[in-house]
Design a binder for this molecule. Sequence first.
Ligand code: FES
Length: 502
Amino acid sequence: MELYSDGNHTALRYLGHAGFIASHRGVKLLIDPWFFPAFLHSWFPYPNNRDLLDTVRDERFDFLYISHAHEDHYDERLLRMLDRSITVIVPKYRSKIMVKRFSALGYENVVALGHKESYELTLGFTVTMYLDTSHKEDSGLLLDLDGYRFLDLNDCNTPMSELPGDVDLLAAQYSGAMWYPNCYDYPPDVMRKKVETVRGDLLDTLYRKVRITGAKAYLPSAGPACFLDPELEAYNDRDATIFPQWEDVAGLFAAACPEVGVLRLFPGDTVQLADTPVVERTPGARTSEDLASYRELRRDEWSAFYDEPAEPVTAEEIEAYFAKLQSWNKRFLNDFSKDIRLVADGRMWDVRLGRLAERFVIEGEEPYDPEYTLLLCPRTMRAIIEERTGWEEALLSMRVGLHREPDVFDLTFMSLLRYGNQPVQTMQMLRERQNTETIERDGLRMQRYCPHAGEDLTHATICDGIIECPRHHWKWEADTGTCVDGGTLPLRVEPLDQPAVP
Ligand code: FES
């Protein structure tokens, strides 16, 4: 069955989440198709898009673009079903992870594009890669379809100064895809405020992307997913979490970007791309989902988590795991030290990070006051220790509970967990820290790139003596550079009347 007539017309079919099929001049590009559960069997597409699976699997595509390695974009189970002769377009990351993975799957035609590198799919159909140029390995793709410009940013945060303009249609995330704050053990009133702040920040970032790209229309995409394991039911609450549906925030968007049209699509819908895009609804398309029946339908898939090995880990295994992780990241860690605690199934291990030459994992004695405590079930712990999953994936699964004392984000510690298994990323963080490029704004000379994740502070807000990063909204005092919200890393800043420090 054809998904749609291709001819020479220009169409975009939505597959749910961040998945699309773009068709132009007879060429079909499949983008981030996601059907099977991600992150330790916890995330599922919402609404259910499985009735599109057969058509995606059986259809012939000319190109496939996968934006990054997160399992809600890189769906390996699906990728094993596709025809290997397809040409795959991937971002050229420092780690080369995408090229390596596709080669391992038997795909022979892999085109890796660097930041702002273009590739012509056919005359009149060109794609251009946009990377998150920081240590994070995310990407978006600009499709130029005979002058019609569709920018698929999914959940990528390309620095704002690097984003293209004159965009006709922007697809980007509006809902969260993070464990903070919902996996932390905050009291209800604190949690409410933090959720509200994160939701506001996510929308603020979206408004900026819309304005900077000059998007004429916006297509809500890349989330939220849903959680079908009853253990994770709380994360389906659209009010109490950072995972709202579009209808929950549509009014705020309309007030902030009144001139921007919104294309609200559901899995299977097609939009004919033109100055005035025309949406063709799929008859019977799912606009929402009864979670109880969806859960029953996918029982085999979410309950597969409980078939995984759950044999308790030992102190020796934990010690060996962290020794390896730290030895891979020696230069990044430098003189870092931190006490953390792991708790699983009533057992507890205190880990003194930053120490390799002594016994640094102690079970059960509570000898330290840890700054971070991580609560996991033995299955999750074992999957991490055996490197069947990484911390990033385990955290995204929402199967890890967190507590921190004091309540301050530690970038080095979290980066060790999230990126430590790809030391090329932590090395890039080191390089970013050493970057001395500055900008001048509002009577200040300050470092150009945010110490958190490399956003270009050219677009920072400076107001009432506070500098605020436009991406994750860390804040610093303008006169001292002290971080007052978000993390701990200071910002290099000085008044313009002082000579520049080399
Ligand atoms: S990049 Fe995250 S706060 Fe600046």
